[in-house]
Design a protein around this ligand. Structure first.
Ligand code: AMP
Length: 544
């Protein structure tokens, strides 16, 4: 028997309409690319998104067309999220930190018709425009006064486009499984692969992100997403904020500790989200200046493993709850969050921190299974590890227009292979051991590079650390630890090994340590292990 409830589509245009109707005077604040702070409300944002949608139509954008952005987190980018998807076109957010070759590939692969770009990225587009024959118009996201001299032929001005339209568009209704946005993953090998989200997947993901077992977003929050809107839709925060009527604070191009701290204070930010490197920058700034984080209630950290020392610093030194999340571009992105159950509140601080340093519990909607090297499902005992497979309504079912990548990414039952190695304990808490290609295979045992890095980053003189496996005649591979000391500090190898000796098993200790002024980071803030392996391929371990 079919139920008798209305079958109303979950759509992104009406989501912003809800925010305008019920949270119309809630603020959206931006540190603009031009410099000054811009301030308006959900009501104004929605009005302008409707004007923008009309401008898009006037420029020939139709249902299903791809409209690209090369932009920071700003109010204009927010308007594009809703204006583009709201008329059934696809908002393709491009990561400007990708290599030129990757940028050339993805614009052509997506066949972007229009490209909206911030002033910062005009030089990139000027260099590549000749190789992007599909792009009909470039729109520079600024006002008339700031329009640059540019070689981009017929470049349009964002503010002129919006101002030329009236706001009488009504968000159209269509199938909720219509494509809404597109984001390419920046794998270290092969071409980038496109995750094509739907209105439905985006809205379901938002409900999940807002829920109390996730990030618990409410209309009393003031949220600063440091995670870029060109990286998995800023983890879905623009949609989640609109859904709950939370204030949004967009940091624009300035993501250093001092600039973030200034906005945290002036805009009374309660929640902020970002990758570990961003938080390392902020914590260093606080340490150097003696500033506090008054008012900030929680930070979410994901994209790479959060070092335990970082979680401790936020919670113990600054009184800010630190929530680790795990996910992937292919998962919209949120899969798990490391929060404590009621029974954990009675446990020791040490046990609590151990839980928070793991990747946490799956959200309702995300199914997980762990498959061992022998192809069998692994028990949930917190020890057995294997590759993590997932499925769910906000996880991709195929890559966009990429049959070979799709073939490789799913098992026969349709589960998505994450490429992450993990274990799950009896309570369901998942711990990432490593990316499958980064795990160090030493004498038949696996050493988790994440465990060793995490331990090293607890050392008081170490800012950042990475571990790679190097060939070894007896053990196959052994770990090399690469360390970036904090400014003005010079830890010795012995002091680091002594420190690690108390935290990890003896056979997991690195065979050597090298010091470096910095580590190579990829387009989404992850340490580029492939680059390190290349850099150290001639390096001989003293034990080899
Ligand atoms: P991306 O698609 O760029 O968001 O990258 C997804 C990958 O980042 C995952 O498959 C993991 O390898 C890694 N990752 C994301 N969050 C975490 C986390 N909290 N801990 C460890 N690795 C993570």
């Amino acid at each position: 028997m079919r139920g008798l409830m209305m079958d109303r589509p979950l759509l992104i245009g009406p989501l912003l309409h809800y925010a305008a109707e019920y949270h119309g005077d809630t603020e959206i604040v931006t540190r603009t690319t031009e410099g000054p702070i811009h301030r308006y409300s959900y009501a104004e944002a929605e009005r302008r998104a409707r004007q923008l949608a009309k401008a898009l139509k006037r420029l020939g954008v139709g249902f299903g067309d791809r409209v690209a952005t090369l932009a920071w987190n700003t109010h204009r980018h927010f308007e594009l999220y809703f204006g583009v998807s709201g008329i059934g076109a696809v908002c393709h957010t491009i990561n400007p930190r990708l290599f030129a070759d990757q940028l050339r590939y993805i614009v052509n692969h997506a066949e972007d018709k229009l490209l909206f770009l911030d002033l910062t990225f005009v030089p990139i587009a000027e260099k590549l425009a000749a190789q992007w024959p599909c792009v009909r118009h470039y729109v520079i996201m600024t006002d008339r006064a700031h329009m640059p001299e540019t070689g981009l032929s017929g470049a349009l001005c964002y503010e002129d486009l919006v101002a030329a339209e009236t706001a009488d568009l009504v968000w159209p209704e269509f199938d909720e499984n219509t494509a809404s946005s597109l984001c390419y993953t920046s794998g270290t090998t092969g071409n980038p692969k496109g995750a094509l989200y739907t209105h439905r997947s985006t809205l379901l993901h938002s409900f999940a992100v807002c829920s109390a077992n996730a990030v618990a977003i409410s209309m009393r929050d003031s949220i600063l997403p440091v995670v870029p809107m060109f990286h998995v839709n800023a983890w879905g925060i623009p949609y989640a904020a609109a859904m709950s009527g939370a204030k949004l604070v967009f940091p624009g191009p300035k993501l250093d500790g001092a600039s973030l701290h200034e906005l945290f204070t002036s805009e009374k930010v309660t929640l902020s989200l970002g990758v570990p490197t961003v938080w390392l920058g902020l914590l260093q700034h606080l340490e150097q200046t003696g500033k506090r984080l008054d008012g900030l209630q929680r930070v979410t950290v994901g994209g790479s493993a959060a070092p335990r020392a970082m979680i401790e610093a936020f919670e113990e030194k600054y009184g800010v709850q630190c929530i680790q999340g795990w996910g992937m571009t292919e998962m919209s992105p949120v899969g798990t969050l490391a929060l404590l159950k009621a029974k954990h509140l009675l446990r020791s601080r040490d046990e609590q921190l151990a839980i928070k340093a793991g990747q946490g519990l799956a959200l309702y909607g995300v199914d997980m299974k762990v498959i061992g090297a022998d192809g069998t499902p692994q028990p949930r005992d917190g020890k057995a590890s294997g590759e993590l497979y997932v499925r769910g309504p906000w996880i991709i079912g195929a890559y966009y227009n990429d049959e070979p990548a799709t073939q490789a990414a799913f098992d026969e039952a349709g589960w998505f292979r994450t490429g992450d190695v993990c274990s799950i304990d009896a309570d369901g808490y998942m711990t990432i051991v490593d990316r499958s290609k980064d795990v160090i295979k030493s004498g038949g045992e696996w050493i988790s590079s994440i465990d060793v890095e995490n331990a090293a980053m607890g050392h008081p003189d170490i800012a950042e650390a990475a571990v790679i496996g190097l060939p070894h005649p007896k053990w196959d591979e052994r770990p090399l630890l690469i360390v970036v000391p904090k400014p003005g500090r010079q830890p010795s190898k012995e002091s680091i090994l002594d420190f690690l000796g108390n935290k990890i098993a003896k056979w997991q200790l690195p065979d050597d340590i090298v010091f470096a002024p910095e580590l190579p980071h990829g387009a989404t803030g992850k340490v580029l292990k492939a680059r390190l392996r290349e850099q150290f391929k001639e390096y001989r371990l003293p034990t080899a």
